[in-house]
Design a protein around this ligand. Sequence first.
Ligand SMILES: C[S@@+](CC[C@H](N)C(=O)[O-])C[C@H]1O[C@@H](n2cnc3c(N)ncnc32)[C@H](O)[C@@H]1O
Length: 299
Amino acid sequence: MMNEEIQHIPVFGLNIVELLQVKDNSVILDCTCGEGGHASIFLSLIKEGYYYGFDRDECVLEIAKRRLSKIANNFRLFHDTYANANKQIEHARLEKPNILIADLGISMYQLKTRGRGFSFQTDDPLDMRFDGSDVDLRAHDVVNKYPEKKLADIIYEFGEERASRRIAYKIVRERNRKPIETCSQLASIIASAKGYKRGKIHPATQTFQALRIEVNQEMVQLQNLLKNLPDLVAENGTIAFISYHSIEDRIIKHFIRESVDFTRVNKKVIRPLDEEIAVNPAARSAKLRIGTRNAKSSK
Ligand SMILES: C[S@@+](CC[C@H](N)C(=O)[O-])C[C@H]1O[C@@H](n2cnc3c(N)ncnc32)[C@H](O)[C@@H]1O
């Protein structure tokens, strides 16, 4: 179900242009185009450049296409995982980008759109796939079929949820009675396992994040992208990653610090300003890391 009234606000807003030093002739590869928030900022500037946008979710790409077509024609969108960006760029014989950005995770639009299974406040079936066409695993399978220990490990690792064992135990007990079908059903099981106290963050937030990461194999996708990066980006090109949880941030931090092909630009992680968080609370956990592709070791 599409509802274009739900808008994702691009994190770092217009500042992204300065942070990535976008120029009139920049060639930008956006690994996570979403509904085209950052893309529309870039395209209003790169009159002599080009924009390639990837997304695994066909629904959001359709929105981006309509939105971007109104302001530019120097762009191309790919419905594919960013892990395949190198193959797609090579296959289409496109110029290597001198800026690559990956704004990881989920957009507000996906989170709020009914029927996707990302939001715990709905009676949606437990789905959580970004791309229904190439991923068979759904949150329903993870919740109803994974052994208790595996479930607890995922909730702990990908959700950084300290009550992971209690939650997994309660899920297994409930599913033995009858399968867990909806997001709200699962959310209330988690809330009761944690001893629900009203607070700013819903008690199911971390478990839902963990399930989404597992369903979409997000860490595998990220590792594959990082493996391809040296061949993907032009010499002296910029890479920028915006992440929203510490597992991703740790992977990116180590990659940029340890890779012989890249040099770290910002030693300290860049965070949105308080003024931005005030108008866009979803930005509160964002962390930006930037690197440069070294010229010496390029092939
Ligand atoms: C935070 S949103 C990006 C928002 C976008 N930067 C904007 O300003 O509108 C993250 C996007 O990444 C996409 N995504 C997640 N995993 C992906 C993958 N492996 N390959 C391509 N896109 C992916 C999601 O579908 C989602 O649209």
